[in-house]
Design a protein around this ligand. Structure first.
Ligand code: CA
Ligand code: CA
Length: 222
């Protein structure tokens, strides 16, 4: 009995998780396209808003070089026993001017996102003929969109990062550039920042639910 249960549970678990994902409601905790031209007090660091080249970049949160800016948010409401909040951060990244990707002499030119001290995203980007770690092509670029006329620029839309967080403290999401040169040579910005969440069953709860359902089914058959 113990053996057959343990063999069956993985399938039951998958079914439970799939059912809950289909029913789960996705809520918006935060979204900002920065078209108002100002950052709220939820943003800290050397904050700035740029509107110089709106044809490509609209109004955005930037520009920065080797800086860290932080978005602080109250966590989503407690989802209740046996559940947790699964968050998804989405944003557009503007990679501006002469980023060198993995090049060791001029880089590696890195962009990172952290939750508190935990790295959620760490990739290099290039607007040159050099390799980068981020695995997909930009949605626009690289070509000259603005700022330094000598260098191309790129737009990566809808970068998505999933995470969970403690219920009893603020979410602190940090965005950081590293190994970059001066603002006129390598800079970045972010736009269309969205934080959404859904409450999903904790794995333990799903397994228990699955086992309960299985035992009930067995009882009915016997
Ligand atoms: Ca914008
Ligand atoms: Ca440029």
């Amino acid at each position: 009995m113990g053996l057959s249960l343990s063999r069956l549970i993985p399938g039951v678990l998958v079914a439970c998780v799939a059912a809950s994902a289909a029913n789960a409601q996705i809520h918006t905790l935060y979204e900002n396209n920065f078209e108002s031209g100002r950052l709220g007090s939820e943003w800290t660091g050397p904050t700035s808003v740029d509107s110089h080249y709106q044809r490509y970049f609209s109004v955005f949160n930037g520009r920065y070089t080797n800086d860290t800016i932080t978005l602080s948010l109250d966590p989503a409401p407690n989802p209740g026993a046996g559940k947790y909040n699964l968050y998804t951060l989405r944003f557009d990244l503007y990679v501006i001017d002469s980023w060198d990707g993995n090049n060791q002499a001029y880089g590696p030119d890195t962009f990172a996102v952290s939750l508190g001290n935990t790295k959620l995203f760490l990739e290099t980007f290039s607007n040159q003929d050099t390799n980068q770690t981020y695995a997909r092509r930009p949605d626009a670029g690289p070509y000259q969109m603005g700022f330094n006329n000598s260098w191309k620029d790129s737009i990566y839309r809808n970068i998505a990062v999933q995470f969970t967080a403690p219920q009893d403290q603020k979410l602190k999401l940090s965005f950081t550039g590293k190994n970059l040169q001066s603002m006129s040579d390598e800079s970045w910005g972010i736009d269309n920042v969205r934080v959404r969440y859904e409450s999903v069953p904790a794995p333990g709860a799903a397994a228990l639910l699955g086992m309960g359902g299985l035992l009930a089914a067995r009882r009915r058959r016997s």
